[in-house]
Design a protein around this ligand. Structure first.
Ligand code: UVW
Length: 314
């Protein structure tokens, strides 16, 4: 299948600029996950050498209080029989580590979600863009960019709890420095340093930064050049250890933010609040920044988002 370059998008004149709608068919629910293939899964399995497994999700409820006013998860053990139990977990799928699904954010000006889907369709069952479409599709080669470590090594350390931007040039330079290239069909992980910095805060400091209007976070550059690079390299998804992939504050009234460029326009899954530090330490030790990623999003019909339920296997 011939994939247009970013510069060739959109594929029809009546579609919004910089959108990939229709590239994978009019009823596509996978977006850039289409870049993951059966051959890619087999190749990724070949990257498993040491047998080390890194859980990429944080614990549910790690953020106290949860960020951006989201509710805390509730876990109840329910007796089933004298010596047997069930349990019930109520949680917001974006309370801890998460993939933003394609029903999460629609474009502020076009008022459409990926593939020209309407808000009514998303809120009325989300059959077209539900997270269930991804349940068995999120497996392939992973590549970590340790942007946080790279900036430190270059003598320009980042404070991840401030609004600092990792530029496209820095991400490219870090890949070059690390040695493993970006290849088509990669699940790209970017360590910004946010999660480990958050963990060092006091309870009071965590409370202070949790609301959306108080949050300041590092993230990746939100430019057109950034998404062009991701698309032209056939990146299947991008997961980070910060709250919004892009730097925060970001303004949902501004149509140039990464959330609009990635989710509704390109169908590129965004991953937030991943745990990447232990993986980064291991990659620095053996100088291998590529691995297999297995992520099994919730099989919830019409779901908006999901914990990644992901591991990196080296
Ligand atoms: C923000 O964009 C602030 O984050 P999320 O994707 O979790 O809604």
């Amino acid at each position: 299948m011939k994939i247009p370059t970013f510069e060739e998008l959109p594929i029809r004149k009546d579609l919004p600029a910089d959108c990939s709608w229709g590239v994978f068919g009019d009823n596509d629910a996978l977006g850039c996950l289409n870049f993951l293939t059966a051959e890619g899964v087999v190749e990724a399995a070949g990257l498993v050498k040491s047998g080390k497994v890194f859980r990429l999700d944080a614990r549910m409820g790690f953020a106290k209080p949860p960020l951006f006013g989201r509710p805390a998860p509730e876990h109840t053990v329910v007796p089933l029989a004298p010596m047997a139990n069930d349990d019930i977990v109520h949680f917001n799928t974006q309370e801890s580590s998460q993939w933003d699904g394609l029903g999460h954010v629609g474009h502020v000006r076009h008022e459409r979600f990926y593939g020209n889907v309407t808000i009514g369709e998303v809120r009325g069952g989300n059959a077209k863009l539900g997270i269930h479409h991804w349940a068995d599709k999120f497996v392939g080669r992973g590549l970590l960019i340790d942007a946080f470590g790279f900036r430190k090594a270059k003598g320009r350390p980042v404070n991840p709890l401030d609004r600092e931007v990792y530029t496209l040039k820095e991400l490219q330079a870090a890949i070059e420095h690390q040695g493993n290239p970006l290849k088509p069909g990669t699940i790209l992980l970017v360590r910004t340093g946010w999660m480990e910095s958050y963990e060092k805060l006091t309870a009071e400091e965590k409370r202070a930064i949790a609301p959306m209007e108080k949050m300041r976070s590092a993230g990746i550059e939100a430019s057109r050049e950034m998404v062009a690079w991701l698309w032209n390299n056939r990146v299947a998804a991008i997961g980070t250890d910060c709250p919004a992939v892009e730097a925060v504050p970001s303004d949902f009234a501004d149509e140039s933010i990464l959330h609009y460029r990635a989710l509704p326009l390109l169908g590129l899954p965004l991953g937030e609040l991943f745990v990447l530090a232990p993986l980064a330490e291991d990659c620095a030790r053996d100088r291998r920044y590529e691995f297999m990623v297995v992520s099994a999003p919730l099989n919830v019909e019409g779901g908006i988002a999901s914990p990644p339920n992901a591991v990196a296997i080296k």
